[in-house]
Design a protein around this ligand. Structure first.
Ligand code: RIB
Length: 307
């Protein structure tokens, strides 16, 4: 039996440019391809969690425009229940995504648009939903006070709380202390702790620092090196899953967080849930796009069964 997952975050339209390299200031270069698709970390995580079998409600703000229509068109078939405040005075945001042709790696500028106005009051309007959740997830693309309030309400209601601290920001220790799980990647962990993360050993040190800030457990996503789980009793390096050639790594962290939340909502042991998340991420990187690359539950289960 799975309980409700509530995710707070942003939707934006991803505009992705594949090129050999990024232009220098003042320079124009030719790209190899362009794609427009649904993105935003909170929305991507919602789609990932729903496709991985979770019952997901997504709290956000949208404009009243074609990009908002794009959001609804990805949520509906995935089974995400939208909890949207419409803002006719703003616009649905967008992200510039540079994809390095040789590696599939990315660099991103995200402009949240209407979602930059997600407020504490917006979150408090959904207090009943958040307080009744089994798992609550948020990130840092919307204003930090809204994320903080969401974590407070979720913790008070007894939900399992997950903070994906992306993009990296200075987070108050009292906010970290509200989190059962904090899930940065290497650079985000470095941004928060000040400790460089270039190896699994470094990841253990950064995870210990996050626990010292008050997190129940720290999970560092390590790209091609899988993930590192660290709580009061266990430190486990979970290796990556290969599901085929890597096409694009954008959204891999969201695939991980969404699948991880879905597994936790079914009562799965956290280290097993990390394996489930790594399998989801391993499939997502074999496909282009972010929300559009999220795997179905059966695909993740098949990859886990193959080992
Ligand atoms: O994590 C990937 C996401 O980050 C992209 O979809 C982009 O919109 C940015 O928010």
């Amino acid at each position: 039996m799975s309980g409700t997952i509530v995710i707070l975050g942003i939707f934006v339209a991803d505009t992705s440019y594949r090129a050999e390299r990024q232009p220098r200031m003042g320079e124009t270069i030719l790209g190899k391809s362009f794609a427009l698709g649904p993105g935003g970390k909170g929305s991507n995580q919602s789609v990932a969690a729903a496709m991985a079998g979770g019952k997901v409600h997504f709290i956000t703000r949208l404009g009243c425009d074609p990009f908002a229509d794009m959001a609804r068109a990805i949520w509906e078939p995935a089974g995400v229940v939208p909890e949207v405040t419409e803002d006719p005075d703003s616009y649905t945001g967008a992200a510039y995504i540079f994809i390095e042709d040789g590696t599939g790696n990315n660099a991103i500028i995200v402009s949240p648009g209407a979602a930059a106005n997600i407020s504490v009051a917006d979150v408090e309007r959904h207090a009943g939903l958040i307080g009744g959740a089994v798992v609550f997830v948020t990130q840092l693309e919307q204003p930090l006070p809204a994320a903080h309030r969401g974590l407070e309400i979720a913790r008070a209601g007894g939900a399992v709380t997950i903070l994906n601290p992306a993009p990296a920001a200075a987070i108050p220790a009292e906010m970290v202390a509200l989190c059962d799980y904090v899930t940065p990647n290497e650079s985000e962990a470095e941004g928060i702790t000040g400790l460089p993360v270039t190896s699994v050993e470094d990841a253990v040190n950064a995870a210990k620092a996050l626990r010292a800030m008050g997190a129940g457990a720290a999970i560092l996503t390590l790209g091609e090196n899988g993930a590192l789980y660290h709580d009061a009793e266990r430190t486990v390096h979970v290796p990556p899953f290969s599901a085929g050639p890597v096409v694009e790594t954008t959204g891999a962290g969201d695939a991980f967080n969404g699948a991880f939340a879905a597994a936790l909502s079914r009562g799965v042991d956290p280290v097993e849930a990390v394996r489930f998340g790594c399998a989801g991420a391993g499939i997502s990187v074999t496909r282009p796009g972010t929300a559009a690359s999220m795997p179905k539950l059966a695909e993740i289960e098949a990859l886990l069964a193959r080992g």
